[in-house]
Design a protein around this ligand. Structure first.
Ligand SMILES: Cc1ncc(C[n+]2csc(CCOP(=O)(O)OP(=O)(O)O)c2C)c(N)n1
Length: 671
């Protein structure tokens, strides 16, 4: 069977092996153009899975593109959400929507998010992006199929690196226990993951024996030989012996584009224009795709996005955006660099061990050993297995080590939350956890990769200490403090994107004590216009209002203070609350009393900072009866979105302009 008209039962179209090959080739071409237009994304894994995608969506799976929720359809779950462009193209080629729509990949407000969301695109069966969860979803769908007496098959596409997630093996057990012979696992065995070869990062082989020993049927095929793919899938669809079946597909990462093939560096990279053309030429498609029209579609959409964003952004007398004019000039550097710099500088202490979670270069944890190969013996690659690595870190700490682990904030502080709570915090172990790529400004990867709730949990855990540094320099200071001067569970949260550097080497940094930042004068460089003083040494200057900010919101608060001074002559007290736990209570109480207006600013769901500040204000005897006006800037109870980092800062209303607009609103009610 294949693509079916669900009303009549007639087959819409049948594809021969040669036609499937040809479609896979074109899908690879569209993939390159979409990734180039997006300016980010995953080239390697989308190309390795493309032949399988073509076979599944055009010939193997029963589906009706005009009735995406047809009850009898086969379900396809993409556990490897980062291969979303292949999924989108599979659906487009099957006729769910025009192929050119995929050119909106990873753009703001677009249904074609960096990782698939089933509520946004017809034909997408599950929202994924956090690896290791798809097979469990597939087990649920297959179980429901059995319970409901349905004949559909459930396919689940996984990566070989992804097999390192323990949850996969829980689902493998469940499928076998419930005799789910309506479930077909597919593993894209391209032998690479982000940090290198799967066998070096954390060996998962022999997969065949492993699946068999869990009671599964196993097929191993060449994932680029269309005839074998189709034969394998047809055999799998006939599987009815009470055992689930997995197809291990041997593939090449980057398949079809010579300079991408087998190169780990192409995992999460998109091609430049020249690389796209080179790739299309190799695929024999340079003259065959409407490249200019496709790129035009993406550009036109992008222009509309920018217009929409600009229309909603609060307006002032002039443009105060970063580097818009000489006085707004700042140096931008990714905060994550400070983390790597500290590990590189302080890693000689033999007690320090760093645990890699397969995203080591990007979050800079690998700087621990890059220029000091002798430290490699203290580098523990744990694979994509955040939960086990967290508890292993507790074990290492118990035996006197100082373990450091880090990954995206969502996977560093949510995926493994119970392990942090019970194994690390309850035991009160000296484990440093880095939540990298925090906030919406991680950008086009979208909602699944944007840590917006991590600080609720981390600040809520007894024994945990939390630092949210405002720039690369402060990230280095915070990391060094946690590493060498502090004992206990520690969470440091920093961003991916380059953000303004607003502190200097000699700026005070005292754990648990906030800094006060004041705009003093006009200067050539934005940062030089400000003075920073340790809060405990600050004398009241009768400012009109206070902004309490943490992380990358500190530079935004400084810009807001600049806007308010220029436009209204108002003086703002900015508090850099770099330590969220333990929070500096006295500066909050003092500033509430002295300025009467407190605005909090956090790149997080509103509350990690705002609610704590409110609680301190409302419960402080010193403030009883005083009219304190408060406002909160942060994400308003929504999931993130794909988009460029600074677009998201605007869309999620966490820019200086939103802080300034809030200040104007509150100043109107201040007596
Ligand atoms: C829970 C979780 N941890 C980490 C990541 C970040 N990440 C995205 S892709 C990837 C590597 C996946 O490797 P593999 O499964 O082999 O996929 P492929 O090489 O085929 O792209 C990682 C670690 C994630 N998305 N989810």
């Amino acid at each position: 069977m294949a693509l079916i008209d669900s009303k009549t039962g007639n087959i819409i179209r049948e594809y021969s092996i040669d036609e499937l090959k040809e479609n896979a080739r074109f899908m690879r071409g569209y993939n390159l153009v979409a990734l180039h237009a997006a300016g980010s994304g995953h080239s390697g894994g989308t190309l390795s899975i493309m032949d399988i995608t073509a076979a599944l969506y055009l010939r193997i799976a029963n589906a009706d593109p005009n009735n995406a929720l047809w009850e009898e359809r086969d379900r396809i779950i993409w556990s490897t959400g980062h291969k979303a462009p292949s999924l989108y193209l599979g659906l487009a080629f099957a006729g769910y929507y025009p192929r050119e729509d995929v050119m909106l990949l990873r753009k703001l407000y677009s249904p074609f998010q960096g990782h698939p969301h089933w509520l946004k695109v017809a034909g997408v069966e599950a929202s994924t992006g956090s690896l290791g969860q798809g097979l469990s979803i597939a087990v649920g769908i297959a179980l429901a199929g059995k319970l409901n007496g349905k004949n559909y098959k459930t396919f689940c596409i996984m990566g070989d690196g992804e097999q390192q997630e323990g949850q996969i093996w829980e689902a493998v057990m469940e499928a076998s226990h419930y005799q789910l012979d309506n479930l077909i696992g597919i593993v894209d065995c391209n032998r690479l993951q982000i940090d290198g070869l799967v066998k070096d990062v954390m060996n998962v082989e022999p997969l065949e024996e492993k699946y068999k020993s869990f009671g599964w049927n196993v097929l191993r095929i060449d994932g680029h030989d269309m005839q074998r793919i189709v034969d394998g899938f047809e055999k799998a669809k006939k599987n009815t012996d009470g055992k689930p079946l997995v197809i291990l597909c041997d593939t090449i990462k980057g398949k079809g584009v010579s300079f991408m093939e087998d190169v780990a560096g192409w995992h999460g990279k998109s091609p430049s224009y020249e690389e796209m053309i080179k790739g299309l030429t190799e695929l024999g498609l340079n003259e065959k795709l409407p490249v200019n029209d496709l790129l035009e579609k993406s550009k036109t959409y992008q222009k509309d996005v920018e217009k929409k964003l600009e229309a909603k952004h609060p307006k002032f007398g002039k443009n105060y955006w970063w580097n818009s004019e000489a006085t707004m000039k700042v140096k931008m550097e990714p905060t994550r660099k400070g983390f790597g710099n500290s590990l590189a500088e302080n890693g000689d202490d033999e007690r320090i061990v760093c645990l890699g979670l397969d995203i080591s270069g990007s979050i800079t944890i690998s700087d621990f050993y890059t220029s000091k190969p002798e430290r490699k013996k203290r580098w523990l690659s744990m694979g994509i297995a955040e939960q086990s690595a967290t508890a292993a870190a507790a074990g290492l700490a118990k035996e006197g080590k100082i373990p450091v682990l880090g990954t995206y904030g969502t996977f560093a502080a949510a995926r493994n939350l119970d392990q942090i709570r019970t194994s690390v915090c309850y035991g009160n172990f000296d484990v440093l956890i880095a939540g990298a790529h925090g906030g919406v400004s991680v950008g086009p990867d979208g909602a699944t990769h944007q840590a917006l709730e991590d600080l609720f949990a981390m600040c809520g855990l007894p024994n945990m200490s939390v630092i949210v540094p405002c720039d690369a320099i402060e990230t280095k200071k915070g990391t060094t403090y946690f590493l060498l001067k502090h004992f206990g569970p520690e969470y440091i949260r920093f961003a991916r994107e380059a953000t303004p550097v607003v502190t200097k080497e000699n700026t005070p940094f005292v754990f648990g004590k906030a800094n006060i930042i004041r705009l003093r004068k006009e200067a050539d460089n934005f940062v030089d216009a400000f003075e920073t003083i340790l809060a405990s040494e600050y004398k009241n200057e009768l400012e009109h209002l206070t902004i309490i900010a943490s992380g990358p919101m500190v530079p935004e608060a400084m810009r807001a203070a600049y806007i308010l001074k220029k436009e209204f002559e108002w003086e703002t007290r900015i508090i850099n609350m770099h330590t969220l736990k333990p929070i500096d209570e006295s500066v909050i109480v003092q500033s509430a009393k002295e300025t009467g207006i407190i605005i909090t600013a956090e790149e997080h769901q509103i509350g990690a900072l705002a609610w704590r500040v409110s609680e301190i204000i409302t419960s402080s005897k010193e403030l009883y009866g005083l009219p304190i006006i408060t406002g909160a800037i942060g994400v308003k109870d929504r999931f993130g979105d794909s988009g460029a980092p600074w677009e998201l800062v605007k869309e999620f209303e966490v820019s200086a302009e939103y802080i300034a607009a809030k200040a104007i609103e509150l100043m109107k009610v201040k007596k």
